[in-house]
Ligand binder design. Structure first.
Ligand code: R5P
Length: 316
């Protein structure tokens, strides 16, 4: 359990403070509740010229501070806010600042595909590295290799155990786990293993940031219930194309879709609404967009984040 960080605490023994940025206060509150504590008071407002105005209203001197901030849209704003909160904590005497970033935006820009483009994941890592952070806690990074971009220790938590636990009693016995592209096969195996299911793979070609094309299916899906798994659902293009490909190969709809991060941006709702869906299961690593019309089930990632934080405090 984190030591109390209630408003106005002057306890000299105070060792830890949990703060929330503005991106996902509901998740931060759930993490606090799981840890049996309350959130420290931190406000984020805007100056008239649009600059971010961060204020800490509780003492953090000598404390180990944890800041919960998902890098969902607007990604740049949330990133800078996190860096400013970390800076405010350090300048106010915090002994360490750990960023708890359940969804790390820009992680997909982990390599240069065609040449004249930035390595976005590295730029974000460098920005966070310069924000006086002690370490970073992440959840299901787009690829493990992203960790190598950071000049600070990264604790990599996973929502996969909670997601598979949720699915265990909800899938028919003839289910097959589908990786929607070749790069996600290891993740599909991590889902399939605890469920005792086989894996098939869709060969995906990305046409643009929002459009993909499925080019074929490797593995036996005929007559089986497809469970499509991915690290994230952004515009829904990847999973909609994969669903169509496996159904054309004779898989038995409706399909189950599961991912760690459910962003559901742009045409996601429209695309997924056209897929015959049993359910879409995601964690609550980012806030839920309004107006989604497909059957959505959200699994809390607060327990796994709280567990990692508790472990860090015990070891400190
Ligand atoms: C790609 O490599 C990722 O793992 C996801 O498959 C992709 O980013 C999902 O994006 P969208 O939902 O826009 O297809």
């Amino acid at each position: 359990m984190l030591d109390s960080c209630a408003a106005g605490c002057h306890n000299a023994r105070m060792r830890s403070v949990l703060l929330s940025g503005s991106s996902h206060p509901a998740l931060a509150a759930d993490v606090a509740a799981t840890l049996g504590t309350t959130l420290g008071r931190c406000t984020v407002e805007r100056f008239p010229d649009g600059e971010c105005d961060v204020d800490l209203h509780d003492h953090v001197r000598g404390a180990e501070v944890f800041v919960v901030q998902s890098l969902s849209a607007p990604v740049g704003e949330h990133l800078l806010e996190l860096a400013l909160i970390a800076d405010a904590c350090r300048r106010s005497g915090a002994s360490s600042v750990t960023a708890v970033v359940p969804y790390l935006g820009y992680a997909r820009q982990d390599r240069r595909e065609v040449g004249r483009e930035p390595l976005g994941a590295r730029v974000v890592a460098d920005l966070l590295g310069s924000a006086h952070l002690e370490r970073l806690v992440c959840l299901d990074l787009h690829s493990r290799a992203v960790e190598g971009c950071f000049p600070l220790p990264v604790e990599h938590a996973s929502a996969i155990p909670a997601l598979t636990e949720h699915l265990k009693t909800r899938l028919p016995p003839n289910a097959v786990v589908i990786s929607p592209d070749l790069g996600a096969v290891k993740r599909a195996e991590a889902f399939a293993r605890p469920l005792g299911l086989p894996v098939a793979v869709v060969h995906k070609q990305r046409l643009s940031g929002a459009d993909v094309k499925a080019q074929g299916v490797v593995g036996d899906v005929k007559g089986k219930h497809p469970v499509l798994v991915d690290d994230m659902i952004s515009t829904g293009g990847t999973l909609a194309a994969a669903a169509q490909a496996v159904l054309e190969e004779g898989a038995q709809g409706p399909v189950t879709v599961v991912a760690s991060h459910g962003l559901f941006v742009g045409p996601a709702n429209e695309r997924l609404a056209k897929v015959p869906l049993a359910r879409v299961v995601v964690s609550d690593s980012v806030p839920m967009p309004k107006g989604l019309t497909f059957p959505l089930e959200r699994v809390s990632c607060a327990p796994v984040l709280a567990k990692v934080m508790e472990r860090l405090l015990t070891l400190a």
